[in-house]
Design a protein around this ligand. Structure first.
Ligand code: PMP
Length: 467
């Protein structure tokens, strides 16, 4: 029996207990996927699984797109690989141009890598080099946020404040990164605090952290516009990014936004920062960039940073073998063309509004649904043991895993992305919905109906909660 007593010591007022009856984290192999087309994944046992999350918000245009496949084949016939130190290609040039155009010229250059973690590592090194170019060698530190995830390599994991993901590797992590509070409208504001006051408090906290570290020692503040994997699709509150950017500007530090998960159209604008009234100095992108057709990610670099590098050393001292890979670039170009030609970002806004509205209508009153939040086609549902106190479920119950596993089983046959709490008690289990940008109204209704059934049946049948 697992009970909530331990959590009470973390400040939760109510003594609720929950008993896991049926669910345990399934140690089996995941099911084998043998086919993928549109919104569906085909399993070896013949079942068709509705992919409501595109993996981890990756499949931006669904699966098996013939145009992307053809573009990749053409690229392989033309140039299968060259090293970017020696050659450029039509595909990499075109992708760079399209990405910069997508920022309306507000960012200056793009560099293409193979994963979001690499993009985060590159951002950190670029920020460091920027300050060396400006003869500010003492700037070696970064400020990131608690309950954040920025990738899995040592630098990127150090940037993240997700305690559960860090815990095994803590002795290996970088010591020059500290973490301030996340922006979380559900759990962050104090009793009676307005959004404006909340933002002001978070900006003060960041400012204090700069002062504590010595402002002239900090390279950058790093944050996701919509917190994806760690908090579960939590958008920043209005005014947050403007306030944080003002603090960075005051101290001469850079603002790095991590849009690996929430970028490339996912939240209803091509870049999530467009909705925040700021332009970042460096931005990471990934996932939706290649729509899953190739492992491709990258960074977009602002004018200020490019000018400093150009006037200084002349090159970013960071190169990788598969950087700007032609086939990856060709896939990303075709995904972007499809998004543009079919105005899919407009569809993200329309269908996202419907998805959010329907989820709230159907699930807000559920006893264990604490919060439903999101932007565009990027929605999170957070589960709580006790709605009044927002007490999360004990992590050992693996509530989100349980819901995901149930969804994947017949008769539901839907793939949902799960996130566990960060084990600091400041956020709970959640699932994410991130369907392709080209979903129809009918698709959204099917996704909501299945998701609601999975959640209702899970709490009715699979666990028992005693108050
Ligand atoms: N940043 C964010 C915000 C992410 O969500 C992720 C992946 N979930 C990463 C970085 C790391 O990307 P990757 O897994 O491609 O290395």
């Amino acid at each position: 029996m697992i009970n909530g007593i331990g959590l009470l010591q973390n400040g939760y007022a109510k003594n609720a207990t929950a008993t896991a009856i049926l669910h345990r984290r399934i140690p089996n192999e995941p099911p084998k996927c043998v086919a993928s087309s549109g919104n569906y994944l085909g399993l070896v046992d013949g079942r068709q699984i509705l992919d409501a999350t595109g993996g981890a918000a990756v499949a931006a245009i669904g699966h098996g797109n013939a145009r992307v496949k053809a573009a990749m084949m053409r690229q392989m016939d033309e140039v299968s690989y060259v090293h970017t130190s020696f050659f450029t290609t039509t595909a990499s040039e075109e992708l760079g141009r399209m990405l910069i155009d997508s920022t309306k010229g507000q960012m200056a250059r793009a560099v293409i890598y193979s994963s979001g973690s690499e993009a985060m590592e590159a951002s950190m090194k670029l920020a460091r080099q920027y300050f060396l170019e400006l003869s500010q060698p003492d700037r070696t530190k970064f400020i990131a946020r608690k309950e954040s995830y920025h990738g899995t390599t040592i630098g990127a994991l150090s940037m993240g404040g997700h305690l559960a993901r860090r815990k095994f590797f803590e002795p290996l992590l970088l010591g020059n990164i500290t973490h301030v509070s996340a922006c979380n409208e559900y759990r962050g504001p104090m009793e009676g605090e307005s959004v404006r006051e909340y933002v002001a408090r978070l900006a003060r906290e960041l400012d204090d952290e700069f002062e504590r570290l010595g402002p002239e020692t900090v390279c950058a503040f790093v944050a996701e516009p919509v917190s994806g994997a760690a908090l579960g699709c939590v958008p920043a509150v209005p005014g947050y990014f403007q306030a944080m950017k003002a603090v960075c500007d005051k101290h001469g530090a850079l603002l790095i936004v991590d849009e690996v998960m929430c970028g490339m159209g996912r939240t209803g604008t091509m870049h999530a920062w467009e909705q925040e009234g700021i332009v970042p100095d460096i931005q990471t992108i990934g996932k939706g960039l290649g729509g899953g057709y190739q492992p491709v990610a990258g960074i977009l670099i602002g004018h200020k940073v490019i000018t400093a590098i150009t006037n200084g050393t002349g090159a970013f001292a960071h190169g990788q073998t598969y950087q700007g890979h032609p086939v990856a670039c060709a896939a990303a170009v075709e995904v972007l063309r499809i998004i543009q030609e079919h105005s899919l970002v407009d569809n993200v806004r329309r269908m996202g509004a419907l998805l959010g509205r329907m989820l709230k209508q159907r699930l807000s009153t559920h006893d264990h649904v604490g919060d439903i939040r999101g932007k565009g086609l990027f929605w999170g549902i957070e589960f709580v043991l006790d709605k009044a106190t927002k007490q999360p479920f004990p992590p050992a119950m693996h509530i989100a895993n349980g819901i995901t596993d149930k969804g994947l089983a017949a008769p539901y046959n839907i793939s949902l992305y799960y996130g566990t709490g960060t084990v600091d008690g400041r956020c709970g289990d959640h699932i994410l919905l991130a369907p392709p940008y080209n979903v129809t109204e009918t698709d959204v209704k099917i996704i909501v109906n299945l998701t609601v059934r999975v959640i209702e049946d899970f709490f009715a049948d699979d666990i028992q909660i005693d108050f």
